[in-house]
Design a protein around this ligand. Structure first.
Ligand SMILES: NC(=O)c1ccc[n+]([C@@H]2O[C@H](COP(=O)([O-])OP(=O)(O)OC[C@H]3O[C@@H](n4cnc5c(N)ncnc54)[C@H](O)[C@@H]3O)[C@@H](O)[C@H]2O)c1
Length: 370
């Protein structure tokens, strides 16, 4: 286990948007806990730009080889922010060198990748921590406490209707930059890995034919969807099935079946610059709502609202709890630090992320799309 007397030395793979907007600034602020010592990207301009954004005591080393970063003695733990199709190979490389590894969501889209990561973790001293930051948000944790379980739940509504991320990213004050241009060889490798991932997910895991609509929906569920579906799973456990699903790439609506209640999940994109994301849990005596704002603008609070009977039951009260302004990315990094330094067991593990694949399967099999 790394020494507790110095910050954990992070090697970051994938110097794109989420690294620039969230992880590098967060690590810079958490300088007593973490320092960035190594960066990797296949794009040299992204590498140079991100290196200039790190406020580590000495400038981070840079490389285009993820293996080189993972093998380095200057790295205690690896943060994987690369494109989805590389999460497994970068995670496995980190585990091979006994490094703790944080992997952005979606951890994986198919069982093949989950199995590879699981084997690598078993023979490693490192542990995988999956980046489902909404599950580390203070309002989410407050709601878990407020509800104390699923007993008495009558109905749940999960909503995530947002405008394109670029609108928030461009107003985030972090001024990220996009760098296009990778070699033909890297592009071919990416396309091959994506094709393999989709084939494994749709054909092998789900027994469905590969179509453009299914491919698009799989990627959307893994992208925006995994935030909501993983939070739903932690709050409510796994659904028994899907009663109905209407899927389109702009808006999708799904009705989940739980043993004693139903959940509607509505999500998608329009052009109104709003981040309308919430989970609303109805019980006989109270309604608990977790409200998220865009995570790209640092410091916007997440809140829990409780609407309930008051006094003799004829009166009504509404409580809004904003227990912290600390953003979910910061909370999440604090939890990862606890896992690395104090051996705390993460809640967002490989096994946990594997359950997401079951939900994707329920949805895609229930939907009338081809
Ligand atoms: N938790 C969140 O809120 C959140 C938000 C956005 C994205 N994400 C996840 O983060 C990941 C990255 O998303 P993004 O929006 O930053 O994407 P992006 O395309 O902006 O960045 C990905 C970066 O990875 C690099 N890369 C690709 N292949 C590589 C390789 N083989 N080796 C090294 N670098 C490589 C690319 O050059 C690029 O710079 C995705 O998995 C996404 O789902 C999470």
């Amino acid at each position: 286990m790394p020494s507790q007397t110095r910050p954990i030395r992070i090697g970051l793979i994938g110097c794109g948007e989420i690294a620039q907007v969230a992880h590098i600034p967060t690590i810079n602020f958490l300088s007593e806990k973490f320092t960035l010592t190594y960066l990797c990207d296949i794009n040299p301009n992204a590498l140079a730009f991100c290196a200039s954004r790190c406020s580590s005591a000495s400038p981070p080393k840079t490389t285009q080889s993820a293996e080189e970063l993972c093998a380095s003695e200057d790295v205690d733990a690896v943060l994987v922010c690369s494109t989805d199709a590389y999460h497994t190979c970068h995670g496995v490389a980190a585990l091979k060198y006994d490094k703790h590894v944080f992997i952005e969501k979606p951890l994986a889209l198919c069982r093949w990748d989950i199995t590879k990561l699981g084997h690598a973790e078993k023979s490693s001293k490192g542990r995988v921590f999956v980046g489902y930051m909404r599950r580390y948000a203070s309002a989410f944790l407050d709601a878990v406490k407020e509800l104390g379980g699923t007993e008495g739940i009558q109905y749940v509504k999960v909503r995530d209707i947002i405008c394109p991320n670029s609108i928030f990213v461009n107003q985030s004050g972090t001024f990220p930059r996009k760098f296009n241009g990778v070699s033909d060889e890297d592009m071919k490798d990416l396309l091959d890995r994506e094709a393999h991932m989709v084939r494994e997910a749709l054909e092998i895991d789900m027994g469905l034919a590969i179509t453009e609509n299914r491919k698009t929906m799989l990627r959307l569920l893994g992208g925006l969807g995994s935030h909501d579906l993983s939070a739903m799973r932690e709050l409510l456990g796994m659904p028994r099935g899907v009663l109905g699903a209407r899927l389109s790439p702009t808006m999708w609506t799904i009705l989940f079946d739980y043993p004693s209640f139903a959940v509607t999940y509505e999500s998608g994109f329009n052009s109104i610059p709003l981040f309308d994301a919430s989970i609303e849990i109805f019980t006989e005596n109270k309604v608990v709502t977790i409200k998220y704002d865009t995570p790209y603008v640092k410091g916007l609070p997440t809140t829990m609202t409780v609407r309930e009977k008051f006094g003799d039951g004829t009166a009504y009260q509404e409580r809004v709890l904003r227990s912290s302004y600390e953003d979910p990315y910061t909370k999440q990094m604090g939890e990862w630090w606890e896992c690395i330094v104090n051996g705390k067991e993460p809640k967002t593990t490989i096994e946990d992320a594997a359950l997401e694949l079951e939900i994707f399967k329920m949805i895609l099999k229930a939907a009338d799309i081809s």
